[in-house]
Design a protein around this ligand. Structure first.
Ligand code: NAD
Length: 268
């Protein structure tokens, strides 16, 4: 059921690769809730083609942008303002990739060039986006920026390797930039720490299936789905959460605060 929560709002949604992507669900729901937006992803993701179906469904234009390129991001914010007819009210950062994870490198055997790429793509890209938007004054007063993160920023999950560092930095950037953008234009910046979710990025992590089941048994509400994550993001884009900023918000069915569950103890 739609509530018209984003009626009249304009936005930028990054990271929709295929129908499993969290950003894909955010786009579908933002469309249902009355928003108009542009979609963006790395030029390489365009070749997969799926994003075009989403764009058609949501009546959205696509602006290719590599989130590690300031030039691309400058074009993203300039062109999106032309297309949407004004500044963005919301921005979704749904971008993550670790070459070390992709290539199966253990945490004790990381390739440092790839480590730098993990940080650049998965964390600095949020700063780059925010700094570009800030300089162009491209986000409306009381606008909202949400980036997706994972709990490995706080607690150790050995298979998450260098993405743990990237997510720690991402969350720190949300806090630090949240201060500056809050002062400047009352723009809020938050991270949503999502349960393990079956997507291209998620499933690429070693041991994902086993861990997915473990987290599902630990969390009193079970794992949060991508659809539910999208619902939560929309509340943060809406005017109902105007005073929430510089937060890392867990969207994980209660996993983070559960020491152990009976299902895990009894091996059920
Ligand atoms: N799936 C999970 O278990 C899970 C859990 C918590 C947080 N997250 C986070 O959610 C976000 C979205 O991931 P997802 O699970 O929907 O997977 P996904 O693979 O569908 O999305 C990741 C996106 O990042 C994009 N991307 C990679 N490099 C890029 C670049 N240089 N420039 C621009 N875009 C680039 C990809 O094209 C892709 O669309 C990520 O930040 C991820 O870390 C995922």
């Amino acid at each position: 059921m739609a509530y018209g929560l984003l009626n009249g709002k304009r936005g930028i949604i990054s990271g929709a690769l295929d129908e499993k992507s969290i950003a894909w669900k955010v786009a579908l729901k933002a469309h249902e809730e009355g928003a108009t937006f542009v979609l963006t992803n790395a030029p390489i993701a365009m070749r997969m083609g799926a994003i075009k179906e989403l764009a058609q469904h949501c009546n959205a234009e696509i602006i290719p942008a590599d989130a590690t390129s300031t030039e691309d991001l400058e074009k993203l914010f300039t062109q999106s303002q032309e297309i949407l007819g004004g500044k963005a009210d919301f921005v979704l950062h749904s971008i993550g990739m670790s070459p070390n994870i992709r290539k199966g490198r253990a945490y004790t055997d990381l390739n440092y060039e790839w480590f730098k790429q993990s940080i650049d793509i998965s964390a600095l890209s949020l700063h780059r986006m925010l700094q570009t938007a800030y300089k162009q004054d491209a986000i409306s007063e009381w606008g909202s920026v949400v980036a997706l993160t994972y709990m490995a920023a706080q607690r150790t999950f050995p298979f998450y390797t260098d993405m743990a560092e990237a997510k720690s930095m991402l969350e720190s950037i949300a806090r630090s930039f949240g201060y500056h953008y809050g002062k400047y234009r009352k723009v809020r910046v938050n991270t949503v720490s999502q349960s393990p979710t079956v997507t291209t990025a998620g499933s690429g992590i070693g041991g994902f299936d086993k861990f997915y089941d473990f987290a599902d048994k630990m969390a009193p509400l079970g794992n949060a789905s991508a659809d539910q994550c999208a619902d939560y993001c929309l509340t943060l884009f809406s005017d109902l959460t105007r005073m929430v900023t510089m937060q890392n918000l867990f969207h994980d069915g209660g996993f983070v605060n559960t020491g152990v569950s009976m299902e895990v103890m009894e091996g059920r």
